[in-house]
Ligand binder design. Sequence first.
Ligand code: ADP
Ligand code: MG
Length: 140
Amino acid sequence: MPVQRTLSIIKPDATERNLTGAINAVFEEAGLRIVAQKRIRMTRAQAEGFYAEHKARGFFGELVDFMISGPVVVQVLEGEDAVARNREVMGATNPANAAEGTVRKRFAKSIGENSVHGSDGEASAEREIAFFFNLAEIVG
Ligand code: ADP
Ligand code: MG
């Protein structure tokens, strides 16, 4: 399986509860390596741009408000099949449907405040990594 990189975000509901380390431990135990990481406060324009694909969805405004409600930790995860592996480790969008042991099953508060973001494919991973990081910030 190819070594890939994927974009992860630890969302405001998780930073608020001081869960950054607990969530990072889940990634590392799953074989994902954190090769870049920074804690930021997203601007409204940044959040709207990042989630542009969801602009037409009914939850878009709520999603943007939530993502700028507190600090987030944006990070690049590297490992074999990292895009799919991270989606597995995250669990389903709605924590009620997430498998045991996944980040969302363990930590998410609701379908909206669900603790983590992860890229959903190789093309989106590349685009999302470039949205937050320049190459010099990623050290594998
Ligand atoms: P995922 O994050 O699992 O890839 P989506 O890309 O479908 O899920 O949605 C992006 C984010 O929008 C979700 O992680 C969640 O925070 C929010 N979201 C999705 N569906 C809903 C919903 N029905 N109500 C409120 N927020 C939602
Ligand atoms: Mg998505």
